[in-house]
Design a protein around this ligand. Structure first.
Ligand code: ATP
Length: 359
């Protein structure tokens, strides 16, 4: 059992049912104080339900959610040391920026002095780099600025935990990337625990210390981003977090090799230990190099080439295995290296790049 002093949020055997629908079950999760955790998974997997149980907008059907070591059963949302930022920022259009940020403080009892409210609202606005915008109307702010107002409003009363439900979904790609960096530094500055719900794997990997991958109401893997990406616990995680090629394979007892579905045999990778018989293998597109004339493990024909700016993505029809995705970093390429659609090509990779799962 984990200690209350080091974990800010803890789920112990939590399930939530809505009538006959089981939204989440068997959720066990410990989020250390001051961590940035992402709940990542496809639509409907139960991310928002978990977030709402932390916020107190839903009660678990089974199990207990703890915040700061305290069980939260029956504790209403407004008594929890938690604030939430929504995808729709839900700002008040008739109030100016500062009044929006100060709104929650004004409702507090016992009352807080007006000068103190103004000071704290200003401080929160400066934290999100909107120091000079207090008197602006909401409709005079851009989408990114409105999102920052919503953030300032959520941090103004210094919650222990900030819950973020797809907070950047409404922003365009460039602004989203900029806000990801800002949110991360804001979290470091404030030192409070952030729980982010997202279905965007790039966002989860780039922002959080801890990624919690969910599928159909359950947690399927928890770990730092590098671990989730480099050592996926299942084919589902390998597929959902990053791109992957899937290869059917067989591992026979007594041999030290793995046989791919097209008959090619390779040294057994470390991840195959314990797996026997039919297996599925995941191989990241960037783990493969396209080679001409060199020693290659597989052969194929290039079918498409997609230019992505900093990288090039190829589709290659691999002999006996079907369509593969291969990505090449452009720094490692010069113009003559670019393979052409229709070209026969070799695929080389380290067998240890294969992630093996029982079929
Ligand atoms: P999304 O990314 O689409 O928001 P999610 O991962 O956040 O999805 P949840 O909103 O937590 O998923 O929903 C989990 C499951 O619970 C879904 O099957 C959903 O239909 C169901 N569900 C959620 N809220 C309710 C409700 N109030 N009544 C009935 N079923 C619900």
């Amino acid at each position: 059992m984990t200690s209350a002093s080091t974990n800010d949020i803890e789920f112990r055997s939590v399930a939530k049912r809505y009538g006959s629908v089981t939204a989440v079950s068997d959720i066990n999760l410990a989020v250390p104080k001051g961590a940035f955790v992402a709940l990542l998974g496809p639509s409907g997997c139960g991310k928002t339900t978990c977030l709402r149980m932390i916020g107190g907008f839903e009660q678990p059907s089974e199990g207990t959610v703890f915040i700061g070591g305290q069980p939260m059963n029956g504790v209403p949302a407004y008594r929890r040391p938690v604030n939430m930022v929504f995808q729709q920022y839900a700002l008040f259009p008739h109030l100016d920026v500062e009044q929006n940020v100060a709104y929650g403080l004004k409702q507090m009892r016992p009352r807080i002095a007006a000068a103190e409210i103004a000071r704290r609202a200003q401080e929160a606005l400066e934290m999100v780099r909107l120091g000079g915008f207090g008197k602006r109307r909401i409709h005079e702010m851009s989408g990114g600025q409105q999102q920052r107002v919503a953030l300032a409003r959520a941090i103004v009363n210094k919650p222990k935990v900030l819950l973020l439900d797809e907070p950047l979904a409404a922003l365009d790609k460039k602004l989203r990337t900029a806000m990801q960096i800002e949110l991360q530094s804001l979290q470091r500055e404030l030192g409070i625990t952030f729980v982010l719900v997202t279905h965007d794997q790039e966002e989860a990997l780039s922002m959080s210390d801890l990624v919690c991958v969910m599928s159909t109401g359950r947690i399927v893997q928890i770990g730092p981003p590098e671990e989730i990406y480099d050592r996926p616990a299942s084919l589902f995680v390998a597929d959902f977090v990053g791109k992957t090629n899937r290869i059917a394979a067989t591992i026979d007892a007594g041999t030290n090799s793995i046989r791919l579905a097209n008959g090619v045999g390779l040294a057994k990778p470390a991840s195959a230990n314990g797996t026997l018989g039919a297996a599925m293998v995941a191989l990241r597109p960037e783990a493969i190099s396209l080679v001409r004339n060199g020693r290659a493990t597989l052969q194929g024909t290039v079918t498409h080439r997609i230019f992505l700016g900093s990288s090039v993505e190829y589709s290659v029809e691999v002999d006996g295995l079907g369509d593969f995705l291969v990505t090449a970093d452009r720094r490692s390429l010069n113009e003559n290296d670019l393979a052409e659609p229709g070209e026969r090509i070799g695929l080389a990779f380290d067998p240890n790049a294969l992630h093996v799962f029982p079929a």
